[in-house]
Structures are given as structure tokens and as C-alpha cells.
Design a protein around this ligand. Structure first.
Ligand code: PLP
Length: 414
């Protein structure tokens, strides 16, 4: 609906308005309801690892301009920081949460910037996918000495090998791993790795990138000896994109003053400003944080990590059963696959082309994701965000139609 039409309709309804309600307020409300019902109709379903779909109420929470010094905004920041510690199930006396403007990679980079000292440091990165390898790129860019131990993309970080690496070299000061390697959808056992890390190098800082898993995949800070974890607003907590966050041990952060090679990604200074003033050093993502606050309320209403895990698991079950029926083959074996995102091999059919498959599904308002695996041609389907089993069922129907439209018989023969 055009804004002009919206305004005309609003004007027409003005005489009916309650006298105490301002015209602009009522017009705003009407425009809002008209435009949201309109956008709702054309809504895309994002079966991706991010940006993810969000609820209408989360998006509506952004329909407010707030100054960064507004007391309401300051309270929102305090609430978000406290809620994140609650979700992580860590004590505020031992841990703090720090919000940082930017995408998830900014938060990951800020951890290396901030926690790794300029001399005497050596990072061990345990990788089995793109996001682990990106950590190495970050360390290389920052001239931080780092050893990357690589594992096959279709299997977990192997505990036996981690143990022998740690036994063989106790000079590591930091160990980093990804919990859900979004490249494939695999879950690494970050708790068992953390036990080994502290067994062999007790003084090590253990860092978990839980970008695509925090809020839906349980993580035990205490069993896993986790010192730092990062994630971002627009993943399993279902806010809109715009900032990432770290949950970090206070005594780890307290040793980091002056480490950062960057001004804006200095997590120590960021935390210091937030602690002292509840304000950001630089322009905060105000609207994104309002949306996140609403998203956290909805997260709690859904039953927290447990509730979210149940819905995502069910989304994923419906997807896997349906895709198997259609003849698609998953990349991962069941014992390592998670429920965040699933990778499927390209069908071995001469008519299959991923760009065409993607375009046709996109035309039906279902957005899937390309693969990023080193050795296999795959595409990915995410089952997180504001998605429900009925959305997955619709996607499956659309996939079937698109396969047929592309001249591929269903079920596929692989
Ligand atoms: C595990 C993991 N780490 C890091 C990132 C990077 O986040 P962003 O793309 O928001 O920078 C992602 C993105 O999906 C991810 O899944």
C-alpha cells in the first residue's frame, strides 16, 4: 500500500477517532497496521543461517526512535546484558556480557583483538569449516601467532587429536572452536574439548564461537571451562541483525586492558563504558536493541533454550524426513548433524543447477542458502529463526514443484 493511500485512509477515519488521541498518533497506528499486514503477505521465509526471519512483533518493536541517553534505552541495555547471562546460566559475579555493534564476525574479531596480548601469546584454532578458518584469517590479519588444527568437514573435532596436540605443545595461551559449524551444520563437543584444554593448559583462555547455536543449543560453561563465548542478535535469539555480543569471564577481561589492536573492536573499553555509564562508546544500534529486547521476551515465553531447541528440532525433523522422501541426500551422518542447518548434496541430475533451483524457490518466497564446503557440492537449508514446522512443510511442497518444473523426476534418483 502506498504511503499516500495510507494517509488518505487515515484522514478519512480521523472524525471517528477518540478525541484525546492525536491525529498523527492515530495515523501512525493505521499506517503501521496497514503496512504490516501488507508486508506480512509478501513475507519471504528465510531458510538460511542468517539473516534470519523474525516475528512481526520483534520488527514492530523498532518503530520508535530513542536517543542513546534516554533512560528507557539505558534500561533496555541493562536488561539485555542481564538476560544474556541468564541464558548462558552463568553468575554475574564471575561473568559479564558485552554488546558490540556490527555483525558476528566483528564480535569474533574483537575477542582475538582484546584477549590476546601483544607478546608471548599463541592461539590454537580447532577447525572443521569456514568459520573456524575465518578465525585463522582474523589472527593472521592481526599478526597474532596461531596454529590451525584442521579436521574433516563432516566429522567432529576429534578429542584424541586435540589431546595429543595439547600434550605436545603446552605453550598455547588461547584455544578457539566453533560450536555449530554452520558450514555443514555439525555440532562440535565444546564441553569435552574445554575439559582437555584446562587439563593440559590450565591458564589457557578457552573461546567458543556459538554464533549460530547460542539460545537453542545448550552450552555448559562450567563443565566446558568456557572463558568466552560469542553470538549475535539475529541468530537463535531471533532479534534483527546489527550487533553481536560476548559472554566473558570477568577475570579474563580484566587482564585485557590495552591489548586491542583496534579502537572500535576493543571489548575491554566497550565493557568499561557500558559498566560505567550503560552507554556505548559510539552510536549504538538503538532500533536493533529494542527489537532484541522484545526477542528476548519472546524467547522466554517460548520456554528459553529448551523451548527453542524443541521447535528447531521439530523443524529439522520435518525437513529431513521430507527431503529423504524427495530423494535428496544429506551431507552429514545423523550422529554428528545438529538441528540448526542441514547441507544437502546437489542432485546428480543433468537439469539441476543451484542458481536456477534457488531462483525458482525464491520466486515462491522460500529462501535457501548456497553451500560453502571445501570438497562437496551442497546447498544448505536452515531451520532456525521465526520458522515453524508448517513453513518447512510448505518449503518441501515448493521444492517438489520446482524439481518437477526443472524436469527432474521426484523422488530423485541419486
Ligand atoms: C559459527 C559462525 N561464526 C561466525 C559467523 C559470522 O557471522 P556474521 O556473518 O554475522 O559476521 C557465522 C555466520 O553465520 C557463523 O555461523
Amino acid at each position: 500500500m502506498s504511503l499516500r493511500l495510507c494517509v488518505r485512509l487515515a484522514r478519512r477515519s480521523v472524525p471517528l477517532l477518540r478525541p484525546q488521541v492525536g491525529i498523527s498518533e492515530e495515523m501512525g497506528r493505521l499506517c503501521r497496521s496497514l503496512s504490516t499486514s501488507h508486508s506480512h503477505k509478501a513475507e519471504k521465509k528465510l531458510f538460511t543461517p542468517g539473516p534470519l526471519g523474525t516475528s512481526l512483533t520483534v520488527r514492530q518493536a523498532m518503530l520508535q526512535d530513542l536517543g542513546s541517553r534516554d533512560v528507557n534505552f539505558i534500561n533496555v541495555i541493562k536488561k539485555i546484558r542481564a538476560d544474556l547471562l541468564n541464558i548462558a546460566e552463568v553468575s554475574p559475579s564471575e561473568f559479564t556480557s558485552v554488546l558490540l555493534q556490527g555483525s558476528g564476525t566483528f564480535a569474533v574479531e574483537s575477542i582475538f583483538q582484546t584477549t590476546v596480548p601483544h607478546t608471548g601469546a599463541k592461539v590454537l584454532i580447532l577447525e572443521n569449516g569456514v568459520y573456524g578458518r575465518r578465525m585463522k584469517t582474523i589472527c593472521d590479519t592481526l599478526a597474532i601467532p596461531a596454529h590451525m588444527e584442521s579436521f574433516p568437514e563432516d566429522s567432529r573435532v576429534d578429542l584424541g587429536r586435540v589431546e595429543s596436540v595439547l600434550k605436545g605443545d603446552i605453550s598455547f595461551t588461547h584455544v578457539a572452536i566453533v560450536q555449530c559449524e554452520t558450514t555443514s551444520g555439525l555440532f562440535n563437543d565444546v564441553e569435552s574439548v574445554g575439559k582437555l584444554v584446562k587439563k593440559y593448559v590450565p591458564s589457557c583462555t578457552y573461546f567458543v564461537d556459538a554464533m549460530s547455536s547460542f539460545g537453542a543449543v545448550p552450552v555448559d560453561f562450567s563443565t566446558g571451562n568456557i572463558d568466552v563465548l560469542v553470538s549475535s542478535a539475529n541468530k537463535c535469539l531471533q532479534g534483527v541483525p546489527g550487533f553481536g555480543f560476548a559472554v566473558i569471564r570477568k577475570d579474563t577481561l580484566s587482564r585485557c586492558k590495552g591489548n586491542s589492536r583496534s579502537l572500535s573492536l576493543d571489548l575491554y573499553d566497550q565493557c568499561d563504558a557500558l559498566d560505567k555509564t550503560s552507554q556505548f562508546r559510539f552510536t549504538p544500534a538503538t532500533h536493533t536493541m529494542l527489537a532484541f529486547s522484545q526477542a528476548l521476551d519472546e524467547f522466554r515465553q517460548e520456554g528459553g533454550v529448551h523451548g527453542r531447541r524443541q521447535r528447531y528440532t521439530e523443524n529439522c525433523r520435518v525437513l529431513r524426513e521430507g527431503m529423504t522422501r524427495l530423494g535428496f541426500r544429506p551431507y552429514l551422518k545423523d550422529d554428528v548433524a545438529g538441528y540448526i542447518i542441514t547441507s544437502y548434496f546437489y542432485p546428480q541430475h543433468p537439469n539441476f543447477s543451484f542458481p536456477e533451483f534457488y531462483r525458482r524457490l525464491n520466486d515462491k518466497d522460500d529462501v535457501i542458502y548456497p553451500g560453502k564446503l571445501l570438497k562437496a557440492d551442497c546447498f544448505r537449508i536452515g531451520t532456525i529463526g521465526h520458522l515453524f514446522p508448517e513453513d518447512v512443510e510448505r518449503l518441501l511442497r515448493n521444492i517438489e514443484v520446482v524439481c518437477r518444473d526443472m524436469g527432474m523426476q521426484v523422488p530423485l534418483e541419486n
